[in-house]
Design a protein around this ligand. Structure first.
Ligand code: SAM
Length: 327
């Protein structure tokens, strides 16, 4: 059986948030006021995550990503990665991290079967890094990135949330990294999810970012292959790395969306930008059979909206916090 939604999209990609905890406090992700954290009991155990993932794989999921919160703050995460990569039918397992704990974990991450990694890096300036994240850890993150490169992780994607007045002056510098390093630089539009400390400054959208970067050289389009994500991919002539734009707001890619999310609190969420979710932890903890849990997947898929309704100039927000849903 396959997970096909009412719009005939085949969902084969599950993103798993394993914690709502993070070791950074990014201004666009963490609100001013404390938001209650999930309790230990609220968060899915690794055994529960594995069982849910295996049921998903039986339903045609073949691609998994572990995210958070910050996945590397949860104890034993590399053991989970190993178990996930050993599931028969998983042919792509990856990790999204802020890079703070990379240095100390890379060897184990690699031996757990992860070969490619996404690292969030919104600035190349140490002071600005502290301003954005609350902590003076740029050097540590950059060392982790260089180590990942030396250890042969490929591709290494650097995710940059582009923010007016915060890192817009650095976009070209970040794009230039792709000449020197084989990184996939990904510029992501800020999405109004949950509460944050971002004011109402106009959004910096992908077409504008692309225009600015175009001044550096001709961007040659790269054709997306079947398993690629939503980024529009380009390469500068002669560059070793590439540039991508993720225009979640300015140009929806919902028609190609193949994703489901498992939140840290145990819900299946068919769309990042819509609040609909199906509780799977409740039935699981009440002793549901695999078949009954498979039904929860099917119900979630049935509710996948054809399109999300966030748009440029539309002030609506998604309620959940990104770090619990899993970006
Ligand atoms: N802690 C990990 C990290 O920093 O990569 C994984 C979780 S984080 C929520 C995943 C990604 O979501 C990061 O690249 C982060 O920059 C991005 N993100 C968080 N809030 C966002 C927002 N409101 N709009 C766009 N991207 C956002």
């Amino acid at each position: 059986m396959k997970l096909i939604d009412p719009c005939n999209r085949h969902l084969n990609y599950l993103r798993i948030s394993i914690t709502d905890r993070c070791n950074l406090k990014c201004i666009y992700c963490v609100p001013q006021n404390q938001i209650p954290r999930l309790t230990h009991a609220d968060i899915l155990t690794y055994e529960e995550i594995l069982r849910i993932a295996k049921i998903g794989v039986k339903l045609g999921i073949s691609k998994l990503r572990v995210t958070g919160g910050e996945p590397l703050v949860r104890k034993g995460v590399t053991g989970l990665l190993r178990e996930l990569s050993n599931i028969d039918g998983v042919n792509d397992l990856s990790l999204t991290t802020n890079g703070v704990a990379l240095r100390d974990n890379l060897a184990q991450i690699k031996s757990a079967g992860i070969h490619r990694i996404n690292i969030s890096l919104d600035t190349l300036d140490r002071k600005k890094f502290q301003r954005i994240t609350g902590l003076d850890l740029f050097d540590q993150v950059w060392q982790g990135i260089e180590m990942a490169l030396d250890m042969g992780f490929d591709p290494i994607k650097l995710n940059i949330v582009a923010l007016n007045g915060i890192n817009d002056d650095e976009l070209k510098e970040m794009a230039l990294l792709s000449y020197k390093y084989p990184f996939h630089i990904r510029f992501i539009e800020y999405m109004p999810i949950g509460e944050s400390r971002i004011g109402n400054s106009p959004l910096l959208l992908a077409p504008d970012i692309k225009n600015r970067i175009n001044e550096l050289g001709r961007l040659i389009p790269i054709r997306n292959s079947e398993n690629d994500g939503p980024a529009q991919r380009y390469r500068f002539d002669g560059a070793v790395g590439e540039i991508g734009f993720i225009h979640a707001l300015s140009q929806h890619f919902c028609d190609r969306c193949n994703r489901l999310r498992l939140t840290a609190s145990g819900s299946l969420r068919p769309c990042l930008l819509s609040d609909h979710h199906e509780d799977i932890k409740g039935p699981l903890r009440k002793g549901a059979s695999d078949q009954e849990l498979a039904e929860v997947f099917i119900k979630a898929v049935r509710h996948k909206p054809s399109d999300h309704n966030l748009a440029v100039g539309n002030p609506s927000r998604v309620c959940g916090q990104m770090r619990a849903i899993g970006g």
